[in-house]
Design a protein around this ligand. Sequence first.
Ligand SMILES: [Zn+2]
Length: 320
Amino acid sequence: MQDTIIIDGHEISSNENKELQLNVGTLPSDTVISIHAHIYRGKEDGPTLLFLGGVHGDEINGVESIRHCIEEGYFEKITKGTIIAIPLLNVFGFINFSREVPDGKDVNRSFPGTTLGSLASRVARTLTKKILPHVDYAFDFHTGGASRYNYPQIRYTKDDMASLELAKVFNAPFTIMKATIPNSFRRSCKDLNIPAIIFEGGESIRLDGFAISAAVRGIINILRHFKCTNNEIDSGKIRNIHIKKTTWERAAFSGLFTWSKKSGTKIQIGEPLGTIKNPFGTKTATVISRRNGYIIGHNNASVVNQGDALFHIGYEAEEI
Ligand SMILES: [Zn+2]
């Protein structure tokens, strides 16, 4: 039997589910903005898992992935441990179709946050103070920013074997080692000794069925691993490529960009990946790979400037 937990003054006992509204602020219209958190508790003692979406308000694949799991009842049926599901952290960004909160600040650069700080800092603080003290393992769902598409991938923390183990269990097509960014959610988790992984899949504003399926399958794999569920769905092991280093192929010229190799593709040095053409039919440049590796993300922008990131390449790769 699990002990009762108290979140934001609400008691949630063993074998009980609750929906909480955590207040973060108000809009200029005086409309109250709160973070909607679902708490699911199994009967048996077990770990607390946080599934978090929409830290960037326009990265809606994560929102949809967690929403789908709630709708399907995957969390409701847990027998062991606790699930905290927050499909949408950054409500401000979501209603503005924006990565940031209205003052232009990025929640994922505002951790651990302060009570009297900017909106982004207050959102971060609410999560840090009210939710993270209860969490044993954290899963944060993102997409590529702007027009960049990410092939479904897990990012785990360098030198943190517990997060690598979570990545293996999650079983996305790519597992990528990344140092944590200062003031990010993952850095806060690291400071609090909470193993955390980031799922990246698809691009902002657009729902992507392939990325959402990969995210949902990963969530089920995690629930099964921690024996939270008796769910016998066999999600099936897929090929998982472990990547230790990443680099960007950038635009050497400005112009109209068309990719010919897409994300997920294995590539070799010298291979053409796409073209950039000037608008007048007089100049065409080919984007060539400088590495042997995999395309883990690409830019869907049709007009690019010199220096723009075009292809995210993963190398030093091996199957795990
Ligand atoms: Zn993001």
